[in-house]
Write a protein that binds this ligand. Structure first.
Ligand code: CA2
Length: 149
């Protein structure tokens, strides 16, 4: 079965506790649970992880490639707007990376308008709350048929 990594960055472990008007009321555990159910229906195996540390995300991007993952769904949190290391890690692997965001950073503060991930991502889905992750999973599944090129 095709493997899809779902990587979440800093503070996303706090989802559902503050700012539901921006990020929704779901916890990350609930989002991941729903993703697992959808993945099973799509015939995908998920490996979902969260870290508040940039280096973990870099290591996991490498691991996804080494394990031959079909795709990585990445919400890098605020590292999206600051991390050249994550950009370089994405460039260092052949695995397609689908960038996701719960909110629409382009419609928020100017410092969120820059993403170091977007230029090197296969595609970007943002602004749909937890649905962003579901849409990204459908996109990952479609990559099996060579979709999107
Ligand atoms: O919209 C997204 O998914 C973000 O990646 C979320 C990040 C933010 O820095 C990005 O600009 C957009 C924030 C992570 C979660 O932060 C929380 C804040 C309060 C309560 C719970 C989580």
């Amino acid at each position: 079965m095709s493997l899809v990594f779902v990587l979440n960055g800093p503070n996303l472990n706090r989802l559902g506790q503050r700012q539901p008007e921006i990020y929704g009321a779901d916890t990350l555990d609930r989002i991941v649970e729903a993703l697992h159910a959808r993945a099973e229906a799509l015939g995908l195996t998920l490996d979902a992880r969260q870290s508040n540390h940039e280096g973990h995300l870099v290591d996991w991007l490498h691991e996804a490639a080494d394990r031959g993952a079909l795709a990585v769904i990445l919400n890098a949190g605020a590292l999206t707007h600051s991390s050249i290391a994550l950009r370089d890690a994405i460039l260092s692997i052949p695995t397609p990376v689908i960038e996701v965001h719960l909110s629409n950073p382009a419609a928020r503060e100017p410092f969120r308008h820059v993403s170091h991930v977007s230029p090197v991502a296969r595609g970007v889905i943002q602004g749909f709350g937890s649905l962003s992750y579901m849409l990204a999973l459908d996109a990952a599944a479609a990559l099996r048929q060579g979709a999107g090129r």
